[in-house]
Design a protein around this ligand. Structure first.
Ligand SMILES: O=P(O)(O)OC[C@H]1O[C@H](OP(=O)(O)OP(=O)(O)O)[C@H](O)[C@@H]1O
Ligand SMILES: O=c1cc[nH]c(=O)[nH]1
Ligand SMILES: [Mg+2]
Length: 209
């Protein structure tokens, strides 16, 4: 049994169906992947801790809620994760952004890291790693390893579509990381693509194929 949270909000599910379709244009794909990213993070942050601060309205002084703690960090796994960032920033404009560049070798399916740059004090921040696709899990595990090496402790992995193989791999390698998906699909095919999936997310976002 894999441990995963499926975000089944109707708006998320409806938009996911649109982007799965092979005739969806690059423009529509790009727009909706951002919208889904924003909606997913909206759902996931429902339980964020709040603290009270003193404010003054035009009428009176009062105490009011703000999100507690340091600014959270969104870490897209390049390239495809970039497609979710603008949508997430619409929900959390003050979020910091870390970047990690990882591609999957098409023959071996092994992750190759080529870039990393993160905000400071990762150990004190909530971190959302975002990538539309969780296939074998190799890229996400490499990203989590890299971020943990820099001190991060509180990590959530947010993907649109996942395969059972990928979720299992994350559960085993990083049991402390909570996984969120819009859909847990059926399986991987012989080329390591998610079935039914949505194809190559990076190519569909950036129009490279
Ligand atoms: O779970 P895995 O088996 O590691 O596969 C998933 C990874 O593959 C895709 O990236 P890709 O390598 O196509 O790079 P790109 O985003 O630059 O297109 C996807 O965006 C994930 O990062
Ligand atoms: O189905 C898949 C698997 C890996 N990467 C993708 O973009 N799509
Ligand atoms: Mg790709």
């Amino acid at each position: 049994m894999v441990k995963v949270n499926i975000l089944d909000h109707p708006l998320i599910q409806h938009k996911l169906t649109q982007i799965r379709q092979k005739d969806t244009s690059t423009t529509q794909f790009r727009q909706m992947i951002n919208e889904i990213g924003g909606l997913m993070v909206y759902e996931i942050t429902r339980d964020l801790p709040l603290e009270q601060i003193e404010i003054e309205t035009p009428v009176a002084k009062t105490k009011a809620n703000v999100i507690a703690g340091k600014k959270m960090v969104v870490v897209p796994i390049l390239r495809a994760g970039l497609g979710m960032v603008d949508g997430i920033l619409q929900m959390i404009p003050s979020a910091r952004i870390g970047h990690i560049g990882i591609f999957r070798d098409e023959e071996t399916l092994q992750p190759v890291e080529y870039f990393a740059k993160f905000p400071e004090e990762l150990d004190q921040r909530d971190i959302f790693i975002v990538d539309p696709m969780l296939a074998t899990g190799g890229s996400a595990i490499a990203a989590i390893n890299s971020i943990k090496q820099r001190g991060a402790k509180n990590i959530k992995l947010v993907c649109l579509v996942g395969a059972p193989e990928g979720v299992k791999a994350i559960n085993e390698a990083h049991p402390d990381v909570t996984v969120y998906l819009a859909s847990l699909d059926e399986k991987l095919n012989e080329k390591g693509y998610i079935v039914p999936g949505l194809g190559d997310a990076g190519d569909r976002i950036f129009g490279t194929k």
